[in-house]
Design a protein around this ligand. Structure first.
Ligand SMILES: Cc1cc2nc3c(=O)[nH]c(=O)nc-3n(C[C@H](O)[C@H](O)[C@H](O)COP(=O)(O)OP(=O)(O)OC[C@H]3O[C@@H](n4cnc5c(N)ncnc54)[C@H](O)[C@@H]3O)c2cc1C
Length: 341
């Protein structure tokens, strides 16, 4: 609901990663209206941004699930409750507002909420840029590949030596016309098993080498590779994946008066932070024995929402009852309302 240009909801969730999305479902299950903010243009957090095509094997009840399928399922699960998504905008300020909180976003919108759950994960994730060719971003130069079909029939050059670089190269070999991996060292940081797979695959490995230029017109056509002590060579490339790692920054959350230990928010057993009515869940939290996994985050956000429900209405029980006794209403829209910038 919009009140004087503000979204007024029971619960604001900051971060639409898997944990925030599941929080959206749980808020609906508890009868709470909810707005979910994310700096990225799409929901799904690290899963959608960094490994949408990889299989995840440790989600309870799903022996193997493709990252994007998990995200889509979480969004579908929350959809009957119509969470309001504010995407592509960063939550910049969190301030007390009457009995609740006001969250102000980088594009000037605000949410008034009785309680807040911070599911900000590792914070804002930005790829380490390639020192050359920035002008081709989105036109053949990518930092991550949202759909594997992007590799189809192309000459693909992957740059980097970590897990992401090796995984992208492995994902490309069966689809691309050619795959070349350019790594500036002789040894990889990636898992040894993946490196063995790559060495056995139809992939050209260029060690001690760097991409020094990206060429093309409307889109990428070639790259220049410089190996140590050798003449530069020009390789055809229609898709260049620069997998040089990511910079994680907690960003504005650091200035909200929360009890922060390194880049994590300290919480108690109810997932409450040091601010009244403000909870946290998922990768962003810390407590003795914390394990940063999606499975753990799901439990934490269920705890956070149920405690927030009792905080908002002290007559309400923390225990929500069983979902088997309260199936959600049929989905009224194909997906949740998206209020992107
Ligand atoms: C390559 C890789 C493989 C992995 N494999 C597994 C696995 O097999 N099993 C497993 O359990 N885990 C795995 N993980 C870890 C898993 O992805 C994380 O534990 C999970 O994503 C945490 O979910 P989250 O919702 O807490 O945070 P995130 O997924 O990090 O989402 C947080 C969201 O908050 C947003 N955000 C942060 N600050 C703000 C702000 N101020 N305003 C607006 N939005 C903000 C971010 O943009 C982001 O979208 C893997 C991670 C990687 C990188």
């Amino acid at each position: 609901m919009t009140d004087h240009g503000e979204h007024t909801v029971d619960l604001a969730i900051i971060g639409a990663g898997p944990v925030g999305l599941y929080g959206g479902y749980y808020a609906g299950f508890r009868g709470l209206s909810v707005a979910v903010v994310d700096a990225l243009p799409q929901v799904g957090g690290q899963v959608a941004a960094l490994y949408p095509e990889k299989s995840i094997y440790d989600i309870a009840g799903l022996p193997a699930v493709r990252g994007q399928d998990l995200v889509d399922g979480l969004a579908r699960q929350a959809a009957p409750f119509n969470p309001q998504y504010l995407l592509g905008t960063q939550a910049q300020r969190l301030e007390p507002a009457g009995p609740g909180w006001r969250v102000t976003t980088s594009d000037g919108r605000s949410i008034r909420a009785g309680a807040v759950i911070i599911t900000g994960g590792v914070g804002t994730v930005s790829p380490r840029p390639l020192p050359c060719g920035e002008e081709f971003l989105g036109r053949g130069l990518e930092y991550f590949v949202p759909r594997l079909s992007a590799f189809d029939g192309k000459d693909v050059v992957v740059i980097g030596g970590g897990d992401s670089a090796v995984d992208w190269a492995l994902a490309a070999v069966d689809r691309a016309a050619s795959v070349t991996l350019v790594h500036r060292r002789r040894t990889f940081r990636a898992h040894a098993y993946s490196v063995h797979q790559l060495e056995a695959a139809d992939c050209r490995l260029l060690y001690d080498s760097q991409v020094t230029a990206v060429h093309g017109g409307d889109s990428v056509e070639a790259v220049t590779v410089q190996a140590a002590g050798a003449e530069p060579v020009r390789l055809p490339a229609q898709l260049v994946v620069a997998a040089l790692g990511f910079v994680m920054q907690l960003g504005p959350i650091e200035d909200w008066g929360l009890d922060i230990d390194l880049r994590s928010i300290r919480v108690g057993t109810s997932m409450a932070t040091n601010l009244p009515g403000v909870y946290a869940a998922g990768d962003i939290t810390t407590y003795p024995g914390k394990v940063k996994l999606i499975a753990v985050g799901f439990g934490e956000v269920a705890t956070a929402v149920n405690n927030a429900a009792a905080y908002l209405d002290p007559s309400a029980a923390v225990f929500p009852g069983h979902s088997t006794d309260a199936a959600p209403a049929p989905v009224v829209r194909p997906s949740a309302e998206v209020l992107s910038a």
